[in-house]
Design a binder for this molecule. Structure first.
Ligand code: PLP
Length: 395
């Protein structure tokens, strides 16, 4: 169906941070399947582990216990603040699970008949009907009304506005089941969360028994240089959703829940494919390879290198850029709204320079390369970006 504006490329092969098109042209990939292929393309450990898994067992359903699923859940629980995990297949599905959990928690623990979930303006939580309603961007709702009941929105990182929205909803007693928010807004323009805002959010939620749920779909699994985005903010959520990097390019999503916030019982929620042996083997391989190859450290070092290089680029092209935002290997180059080119224009121009980039909104050019990227490849990325700026820069 006609649901995508695609770049005019047919990619057929990849290795590490590189992909080749059908004409044999080689591209440096700073998109990585939109922040998913953390081990790069055609990774040896991934190939081995998944081939072996295909030769053993691929899918049996959640009618049975699945050892790979138990192992991946244990790994997540041991490495996060969470205590239990529900597996699904995508970020939107993980957020759907979070929304259902929040509503049930609101009914049970706060006695709310019609619970409300507060989310941020400019957020992105996925495209299913509830996830897109949670997404605080009216352009994604248009044409699909009526959207789902029980959501309201506050400006991201704005404590006063959040507090007054909360007071408004809670004026006649408990009404808010949860706050669902990204630690760093990815699609909304690579906008990092503010520590003070998140600390206060945590305090306000604690005071009322409201769940604080973080959408870690884009930032989770090492992308920011720590396992989870919430570690950049020095808080712990009651639940968080995962997808993208968790499967390293395979369809795996998860909702991770802390302690007694887990109110689900058998029959409440399910997924046919969720947590299948193949998907969980992919997740386990990603987790183990990030640990074995000390990739969190690589993300920190390469992230700093990338950010410093991008800052230099901003100073060379002040007519194009306002600045750089991001954590680790999720960086956004912020364009001047009046510079005459959009982030999509630059991403399209990058193809001629054999570099893959993706926009995050109209004015932010996003860089999310594989977590394995080398210092030499970051230098090359910056060099190609510089060449793109030189050819597109208004005089
Ligand atoms: N949440 C966030 C923060 C995302 O960035 C995305 C996708 O970009 C989603 C949810 C939706 O994930 P999916 O496309 O796997 O449904």
């Amino acid at each position: 169906m006609n649901t995508y504006n695609r770049f005019p490329l047919r990619l057929e092969r990849g290795s590490g941070c590189w992909v080749w098109d059908q004409d044999g042209r080689r591209f440096l990939d700073a998109v990585a399947g939109i922040a998913t292929c953390c081990l790069g393309h055609s990774d040896r450990a991934m190939r081995r582990a998944l081939s072996r898994q295909l030769g053993r067992l691929q899918h049996v359903s959640n009618l049975y216990n699945i050892p790979e699923q138990e192992e991946l859940a244990s790994w997540i629980v041991q490495h996060s603040c969470g205590d239990s995990v529900f597996f699904c297949n995508s970020g939107a599905e993980a957020n759907e699970a979070a929304i259902k959990l929040a509503r049930k928690h609101g009914h049970l623990r706060r006695g709310i008949e019609r619970p409300v979930i507060l989310t941020a303006a400019a957020s992105f939580h996925g495209r299913t009907l509830a996830a897109v309603t949670a997404t605080g961007q009216p352009k994604y709702h248009r044409g699909f009304e009526p959207v789902v009941d029980g959501f309201d929105y506050f400006p991201y990182n704005d404590l006063d506005a959040f507090q007054s929205l909360l007071e408004q909803h809670e004026a006649n007693g408990p009404a808010v089941a949860a706050v669902l928010v990204e630690p760093l807004q990815g699609e909304g323009g690579v906008n990092p969360g503010d520590k003070t805002f998140f600390r206060e959010l945590r305090r306000l939620c604690d005071a009322k028994g409201i769940l604080l749920i973080l959408d870690e779909v884009q930032v989770g699994m090492g992308r920011t240089g720590s396992w989870w985005g919430y570690q950049q903010l020095d808080i712990e959520p009651d639940a968080f959703s995962l997808a993208k990097g968790l499967g390293g390019g395979h369809a795996v999503g998860a909702l991770v829940v802390r302690g007694d916030a887990d109110v689900f019982e058998p029959g409440d929620h399910a997924s046919t494919f969720g947590g299948n042996p193949f998907a969980c083997r992919a997740g386990l391989t990603v987790a183990r390879e990030i640990e074995r190859r000390n990739l969190l450290r690589n993300v920190q070092e390469r992230g700093t290198q990338l950010q410093e290089g991008l800052n230099l680029l901003v100073s060379h092209y002040p007519q194009l850029f306002l600045g750089v935002r991001g954590w680790g290997l999720l960086q956004g180059l912020v364009l001047r709204p009046d510079c005459g080119v959009t982030a999509s224009d630059l991403a399209a121009a990058a193809i001629d320079h054999q570099l893959l980039l993706v926009a995050a909104g109209p004015n932010v050019l996003r860089m999310v390369p594989p977590l394995i990227i080398s210092a030499r490849e970051v230098r090359l990325l910056l060099k190609r970006l510089n060449a793109i700026c030189r050819t597109t820069s208004p005089t």
